[in-house]
Design a protein around this ligand. Sequence first.
Ligand code: LMR
Length: 329
Amino acid sequence: MRLLKPALTALSAAILFASTTVMADPITIKFSHVVAENTPKGQMAKKFQQLVEERLGDKVDVELYPSSQLYGDDKVLEAMLLGDVQLAAPSLSKFQKYTDQLQVFDLPFLFKDMAAVESFQASETGQSLLTSLESKGLVGLGYLHNGMKQLSASSPLKVPEDANGKKFRIMTSDVLEAQFEAIDAISLKKPFSEVFILLQTRAIDGQENTYSNIYSQKFFEVQPYITESNHGVLDYMVVSSARFWDGLPDDVRGEVKSALDEAIIYGNELSEAKNEEAKQAIIDSGQSEIVTLDDTQRQQWVDAMKPVWGEFAEDIGQDIVDAAEAANQ
Ligand code: LMR
């Protein structure tokens, strides 16, 4: 009997260990974003959730919070650093508090199309920008596309003078502020979730965004004109906090990262079609007219806005601006 007791104690310890291992709570990844589900980012997030469920279902639980349900993009990074959310994909215009370098993406008329954006992001300089948030405790896990921005307004904008004195909502970026200053317009930094009401009540005259966002947020219902300016890019960086990311068990981190990489590829492949689909749906609605620019008109926008580069090149880093420009070749 005396011999049996230690054996029993060891056995119960083993059972206890096994049951706690089996019953360990799954790791929760809260993924908060501001757009609708039927957008490139919304679809990427769903794909990521599905892949993680398939591969790590018992270990990791992905919770999605679209449409600013949990946090707006003005708050999500602070919440992430506090450990309240684990994944987000704010637009590259929303990182100014954390780094100047990502402002390169906001320079007007820098990228001629999404292929140039893609090529810059894949370049050595583009990849090195994924680490530009490290000293602030954030880890860049990849770039995600939306697409080129258009200008929507309550009156037709054909030449820069048409925007004089008009109020536009912008994301929280000083480059975007300078871009509107350059055409003598007024800009207001406002969260995405407030844009529709500001447009509807005519508190502002216009805003800049992709067709996908203009459609899914119903901006086209309250903005009778959309100038197809393609003057800038709206893309995202998928981020996590270093504390959360580095704290994941190695095998889990590896699986989560590969699910994320696949989901990003999926979202990126979808983005162009989503924007085309949204543009067609806006045209079909008859509620907003697409204003196209001829070469002379477009050149006037370029001439008015491009001097903004010079104001920010030093803060961003001239080498970064040059590398981005070179991606157009
Ligand atoms: C915006 O605020 O206009 C966009 O960044 C929203 C988004 O995430 O696409």
